[in-house]
Design a protein around this ligand. Structure first.
Ligand SMILES: Cc1cc2nc3c(=O)[nH]c(=O)nc-3n(C[C@H](O)[C@H](O)[C@H](O)COP(=O)(O)O)c2cc1C
Length: 320
C-alpha cells in the first residue's frame, strides 16, 4: 500500500474514524485502532469553552500513545478562540487539528458556528488562515455540502485549500438535511476534482463494500466512517481486508462482539470510570445486528447500574 499523508503525518491506510459526540471517546478510539483504523478524530471540543477557561484542556483531550495519530477537533466561530484552542491542543500533543464546519445543531448554528459557518465564506477563510498560521501541525477542515444548498461546496473547498488546510473532509449532505436523506457522493467527486489536497469522503458508508465503492466512485483519498462503527469496530478490519484482497470477510460472531464490548470496558477502566449512559448507548450498538437483539436491548434498557449492564453482557451475549 502506498503511504498516505495528511500534511507531514503518515496515515497507514485510507480508513478514518469520524468524530461522534458521545461515542468516539478515548477508549472507543483505541478499540477501533485494534481493528485497523488509521486515524481517529476526537469528539468536537468547544473552542470558546477552552478560551474562556470553562473547560479544562486536559479533560477534553488525553494524549496516549495507543491513540495516535490523533486529530483533535475544535468548533466555534470566534477566530481568537479557535487559534487559542488549536495552540493548546498542539501543546497537549495532537497530531492534527480538525475544524468542525459541519455540525448542524441549533446550539452551534445560532452562534454562526458548525455547518452554519458555510454561509460565511469570509469567516471560513479567516479562521482557517489564522489557525494554520498559529500551529506547526496540519490543519484539516470538516465541511458539509453547504448550509442550505450545495451550490457553493466547491468554492468553499477551494477557499479552505487556499487558506492553507492540509485536507478536507466532506460529509455529503447539507447542514439543513442534518442526518436525513441520502448523502450525495457526487459532491465528494466534484471537490476531489477541484482541489489538490487530500479529500476525505464521508456519509452513509455502512459496510466494506460501501467504503470501496466511495473510493472508486469519487476518487477520494480517505473514507471516514461514523455511525456504522458504533458497536461495530469490526467494520475497519472488514474495509481493510476488502481493500487489500477484494474479498469480503465474514461478519463478526456474537462471541467476538461480546469480547470487543468487554475489551472496551477494560480500556475504559484504564483511563476513567466507565460512564453508565455511554455504555448503555454502546450496548445498543453492539447488539444491533444480532439475532434476538431486540429482546436483548429491552433487557439493556431495564438495567439500572453499570455492574448490572456488564453482567448482562457477560452472561447473555454468546449464542444469540
Ligand atoms: C451522534 C453523532 C455525533 C456526531 N458528532 C460529531 C462531532 O463531534 N463532530 C463532527 O464533525 N461530526 C459529528 N457527527 C457527524 C459525523 O462525524 C459524520 O459526519 C456523519 O455521521 C456522517 O457519517 P456516517 O454516515 O458515516 O455516520 C456526529 C454524528 C452523530 C450521528
Amino acid at each position: 500500500m502506498t503511504a498516505l499523508h495528511i500534511g507531514n503525518v503518515k496515515i497507514k491506510n485510507p480508513f478514518i474514524l469520524a468524530p461522534l459526540a458521545n461515542f468516539t471517546d478515548l477508549p472507543f478510539r483505541i478499540l477501533c485502532r485494534k481493528y485497523g483504523v488509521a486515524l481517529a478524530v476526537t469528539e468536537m471540543i468547544d473552542a470558546e469553552g477552552i478560551f474562556h477557561d470553562k473547560y479544562k484542556i486536559k479533560e477534553e483531550f488525553t494524549n496516549v500513545k495507543e491513540d495516535r495519530p490523533i486529530s483533535a477537533q475544535i468548533v466555534g466561530s470566534n477566530p481568537d478562540a479557535m487559534v487559542y484552542s488549536a495552540k493548546a491542543l498542539q501543546k497537549e500533543g495532537a497530531d492534527i487539528i480538525d475544524i468542525n464546519m459541519g455540525c448542524p445543531s441549533f446550539k452551534l448554528s445560532k452562534k454562526g458556528a458548525g455547518a452554519k459557518i458555510l454561509d460565511n465564506i469570509e469567516l471560513i477563510h479567516k479562521i482557517v488562515t489564522l489557525t494554520v498560521k498559529s500551529v506547526k501541525i496540519p490543519v484539516t477542515v470538516k465541511i458539509r455540502a453547504g448550509w442550505n444548498d450545495d451550490k457553493n461546496a466547491v468554492k468553499i473547498a477551494k477557499t479552505i485549500e487556499k487558506a492553507g488546510a492540509s485536507a478536507i473532509t466532506i460529509h455529503a449532505r447539507t447542514g439543513k438535511m442534518k442526518f436525513r436523506g441520502k448523502a450525495d457522493w457526487t459532491i465528494i467527486k466534484k471537490i476531489k476534482k477541484a482541489v489538490k489536497i487530500p479529500v476525505i469522503g464521508n456519509g452513509d458508508v455502512r459496510s466494506a463494500e460501501d467504503a470501496i465503492d466511495m473510493l472508486k466512485k469519487t476518487g477520494c483519498d480517505f473514507v471516514m466512517i461514523g455511525r456504522a462503527s458504533v458497536g461495530n469496530p469490526f467494520i475497519f478490519r472488514e474495509c481493510l481486508h476488502y481493500f487489500k484482497s477484494n474479498k469480503l470477510l465474514k461478519p463478526a460472531t456474537p462471541g467476538e462482539r461480546r469480547d470487543a464490548f468487554l475489551e472496551l470496558w477494560n480500556i475504559s477502566k484504564k483511563y476513567y470510570e466507565p460512564e453508565f449512559s455511554r455504555f448503555k448507548l454502546y450496548s445498543y450498538g453492539f447488539t444491533k445486528t444480532l439475532k434476538g437483539g431486540k429482546f436483548f436491548r429491552e433487557k439493556i434498557s431495564n438495567t439500572k447500574t453499570l455492574d448490572e449492564l456488564k453482567e448482562l453482557i457477560e452472561n447473555s451475549f454468546v449464542g444469540m
